[in-house]
Design a protein around this ligand. Sequence first.
Ligand code: PAF
Length: 280
Amino acid sequence: MKVYKTVAGLQRHLNELRQKGAQIGFVPTMGALHDGHLSLVKRCLNENNICVVSIFVNPTQFNNKTDLEKYPRNLERDINLLKSVGCNVVFAPSVKQIYPKVDKRQFDFGPLDKVMEGTYRPGHFNGVAQVVSRLFDIVAPKKAYFGEKDFQQLAIIREMVKQYHIPVEIIGCPIVREKDGMALSSRNERLSADERKRAVKISQTLFKSVEMAKSHSVDEVKKWVIDTINEEAILEVEYYEIVNSLTMQSVNSWNDCDNITGCITVYCGEVRLIDNIQYK
Ligand code: PAF
């Protein structure tokens, strides 16, 4: 497995591989890798000759300085994990390599980024679009893999690729969960053992709500999910929205559209956790 820190070094290597006919797949990450990331890498390896993984904690997508500072980083551990699953190339650049000058681009994703994460983390998706478009330019992959846990992010990236005619196929991959249902996340590392035990209430409530949706309205399910999770003193729901899975806009009834997803953000102590569940 090769590890590159510079754009020039990475591109030289990838161009050689492409000349030999290799198809390049790409998994962008911010490191602190877990089995969710590794599932993306495995899928990428199955569908391409070469899997490139980037590890870059992108400052432009953090609207909260403490969140950026506290984001877990452990490059050596990440590299070893990637080696263990057969990843071919790691790209771990500095901020200067990704942003040689300040990126002033402003993206407009219409209604997609005016809700949920877009409301609570102003500028977040603009930063995600900046870094992902820059990484796509550098790596020029055929396919790129993203987890469905960041459900709205995936919709935004699909929209960006469409708007800017970027020739990369975007592949969404299912959430990977612990045995008890908790969605894997790099932020879980920041939970104490007690917080982790209690945080499982988030996914468990979402699972139960699917059953409830068979006999209750959207509003009733929404209220029940929020109230049930908030019953746990350490948990505080920031938002729970039940949305059209394509447009991210809230639905009023289960008959509004064909695909409906519930998207939640919950503070567990100081740690902001997200999850989602598909109703139909
Ligand atoms: O989902 C993430 O880890 C990040 O938002 C991404 C896509 C790697 C961009 O920094």
